[in-house]
Unconditional design. Sequence first.
Length: 317
Amino acid sequence: MALTGTGAPATSIAMQPCPGTHTYQRESGRTRAAERAALGFATLPALFTFTVDVETHPGGAGAAAPTRRLLDLLDATGSLGTFFVLDEVVRADPTLVRDIVRHGHEVASHGHAHRHLAAEGPVAFRAGMTAARARLADVSGAPPLGYRAPYFSLTPAARWAPAILAELGFAYSSSLLPARNPLAGWPGAPLRPFHWTGGLLELPVPLGRIGPLALPFLGGMYLRWLPPWRLRALSRDWAAKADGDPLWSYCHPYDLDTAEGLVRRPDAGALGSLMLWLNRRSTLPRLQGLLRGRRSVPFAARLAEIGAQAPVWPPPA
Ligand SMILES: [Zn+2]
């Protein structure tokens, strides 16, 4: 993309930040960072799905402002994504949900409460999700097809969840981290999309390996924290093994919230809270880099193709 206004209308030149100003340095620094990030992602497929977990958290300015920045970013690159919206946000800000739909994106559910599934249990989950799904359908204008568990917490202790999601009418879930992880994971689950026996399609989060660690590198704090050379290596490794696997990224509104003060989160320790807070300025350029030369389409538009090749797991006895 052109950086300066050669041949551009005068109005857009007038809106460019002035060289030497603080804004100019910040903007051009971001552009350079986006270009560096784009190089690092060059081996990844041109088609992917940009996903957002729309949630609030203590100390933040709320989900609305950063979510709208993401809408602008996707508009500017002609991309469409999937937004998993937490019920709390649906209740507090239905206009935001409608705006996401108006921009052409898919709206899906991030659950009725931001808790680990295992801590919740099937009874509370079924009741909470029944209400949350109806509310989201009401606000967005269509019943959601997709669900993402908070913290990717579809673990062996929550193996009851896929059947309930299918029963409620969900077509797919994007809730499983198929490795050992300090927060939540299901070691031994397939790395590739599969159908649960009840029919629900599961889209496990793409992982990158660093020694014994398996990290969901294309999202959240990993995307912010990993150095560019590491992101480049993980992208190359993922692409080499992908064999047509669907690629997707994820982020949260707070990943872009640079104005937020440091708070001790109730769902993370002191170190975790610090890591979730630091380095947020790198989020936007890295997402820009990911979108450069790449097209995002919502999961809903890819389900038939992905589902056709997905086996059933666990395999029928
Ligand atoms: Zn979340």
